[in-house]
Design a protein around this ligand. Structure first.
Ligand SMILES: O=C(O)CCC(=O)C(=O)O
Length: 248
């Protein structure tokens, strides 16, 4: 399984593709159980992972929901669980990333899990990822977003603005503020996915996701990749040890 010529054309034009099935049900369930353990604090490495809570939970609300459902985001989980790292190394994903990045030399930049709990999952406002990942050049990373639950318009699936990866950085804070005047917002495309399906997006593509007030959770695991010769523009002493997944 890899990319068709048509999908390459779509990605180059739009800055994203809705790919389709990538994980079998047992794997989805396995990954779902692991991320739930991290979010609920029952994974042996829960204390090591970067966890951000839903804003309401940070403000002392959501007292009557399980710990798991107070969590908004987990970051760099791959560092603390072998099976999550193996997911980032999934050869099907890497074959596609190889094409999208046009190189056989691939490093893992990061992973994140967006938990989007049922009934109170908060939205992610319009942003491009490279607006946050400023220490990496070129700003041409690729993210693979895998649905652990069905992602629907109602429970806050991703939305993409086609072609926006060609329009530069939009300054924003994806959690707390809304970018006004997004070009072509009315053209935004919802990326509706079944559990186990995935999409890919360019780090300059403007995207968002809606709130989740439904009774259905919407978890997604996002793994983000870069060319291994990408430059680190930050302080050299702060440079993380990005794992080399393919090539040199
Ligand atoms: O999953 C979401 O709700 C947002 C994900 C996102 O912003 C990303 O993958 O860059």
């Amino acid at each position: 399984m890899s990319l068709s010529e048509e999908q390459m054309v779509d990605y180059t034009r739009d800055g994203f593709i809705r790919y389709g099935p990538i994980l079998p049900t047992p794997k989805i369930n396995e990954l779902g159980e692991i991320i739930d353990k991290f979010a609920s604090g029952t994974h042996p490495n829960s204390g090591k992972v970067n966890i951000r809570l839903e804003r309401a939970a940070e403000k002392g609300k959501l007292t009557d929901v399980p710990t798991r459902d107070k969590v908004w985001q987990l970051w760099d989980v791959y560092k603390h669980d072998e099976l999550i790292f193996n997911h980032a190394c999934n050869p099907i994903i890497l074959d596609i990333v190889e094409k999208l990045l046009d190189t056989k030399n691939i490093k893992l930049f990061a992973d994140q899990v967006l938990m989007k709990p049922a009934f109170h999952g908060s939205p992610v406002f319009w942003h491009n990822d490279s607006a946050y990942w400023t220490t990496i050049e070129p700003k041409e990373l690729v993210s693979c977003w895998v649905a652990i639950d069905d992602a629907t318009i109602e429970n806050g699936c991703l939305k993409m603005i086609p072609g926006s990866h060609k329009n530069g950085i939009w300054p924003t804070n994806k959690r707390d503020s809304h970018i006004k005047d997004i070009p072509n917002e009315s053209d935004s495309v919802p990326i509706v996915l079944k559990a186990g399906e995935c999409s890919f997006h360019h780090s300059m593509t403007i995207h968002s996701s809606g709130e989740n007030l439904t009774p259905h959770r919407r978890r997604g695991i996002v793994t983000s990749y870069m060319r291994s010769d990408s430059k680190w523009l930050g302080n050299p002493t702060d440079k993380p040890d990005f794992p080399l997944l393919r090539g040199h």
